[in-house]
Design a protein around this ligand. Structure first.
Ligand SMILES: O=C(O)[C@@H](CO)OP(=O)(O)O
Length: 248
């Protein structure tokens, strides 16, 4: 039996628009992001795909995106599960910094290492820094030692994959069409796992905002074919724009 998995990166956020490193900072969608999320709902409806359960991170921009898309697709009623394990990568001390200024200050090599290397996290964020998540109510159940102060992509995979196996694959095994609405780097982590992308090659993968990416999975939750974007042309342009962030 095959099952269907739909991955959706949240629409453009207020901080994507301002070109700021975001990570776990809880910003909202920009107007453009709202339009992208609604368009994602149209793409889902036009494709005939009907999500039966929604997974999101606990960050507002992913939740807004899912709600807007599902409303357009007339599926706002489906059950929802949220987890911090689907959150964006914690960007450490870079959270809140301007990407172009960071590129200029530290140079392209360091900038690319922080953004896209597999296992080099940015410097950790101080607990009393303005954009720290220490004390944020939504993480109250998370032991302090497990609350990230920075993360590499590898660390995202380490905290995301257990949830993939414990929860998301359980719904897939039950034959449900699953929608996962999450973030650029948490979805890069999941796509790396699904497509078996090497630690080196994952640096080149960028996920566009607001365009559903659909996988058919076999009984072992492996893709039967490459994932397909419901609007391939827009996805290509969107991924190129993400890759170019920082450059003025
Ligand atoms: O700032 C961030 O949290 C992410 C996603 O917006 O950015 P980047 O693509 O640079 O990893």
């Amino acid at each position: 039996m095959t099952s269907t998995l739909i991955l959706l990166r949240h629409g453009n956020s207020e901080w994507n628009q301002k070109n700021l490193f975001t990570g776990w900072v809880d910003v909202r969608l920009s107007e453009q992001g709202v339009a992208e999320a609604k368009r994602a709902g149209e793409l889902l409806a036009e494709s005939g795909l009907a999500p039966e359960i929604l997974y999101t991170s606990v960050l507002t921009r992913a939740i807004q995106t899912a709600n807007l898309a599902l409303e357009v697709a007339d599926r706002l009623w489906i059950p929802v599960k949220r987890s911090w394990r689907l959150n964006e990568r914690h960007y450490g001390a870079l959270q809140g910094l301007d990407k172009a200024e960071t590129l200029e200050k530290y140079g392209p090599e360091q900038f690319q290492t922080w953004r896209r290397s597999f296992d080099t996290p940015p410097p950790p964020l101080d607990d009393d820094a303005p954009y720290s998540q220490v004390g944020d109510e939504r993480y109250a159940d998370l032991p302090d030692a497990e609350l990230p102060r920075t993360e590499s992509l590898k660390l995202v995979i380490d905290r995301m994959l257990p949830y993939w196996f414990s929860d998301i694959t359980t719904d897939l095994a039950a034959g449900r069409t699953v929608l996962v609405t999450a973030h650029g780097n948490s979805l890069r982590a999941l796509v790396k796992h699904l497509d078996g992308i090497s630690d080196a090659d994952i640096a080149e993968l960028n996920i566009p905002t607001g365009i559903p990416l659909v996988y058919e999975l076999d009984d072992d939750f492996r893709p039967t074919a490459p994932g397909r974007y419901l609007d391939p042309e827009a996805a290509e342009a969107g991924a190129a724009a993400v890759a170019a962030q920082g450059k003025k």
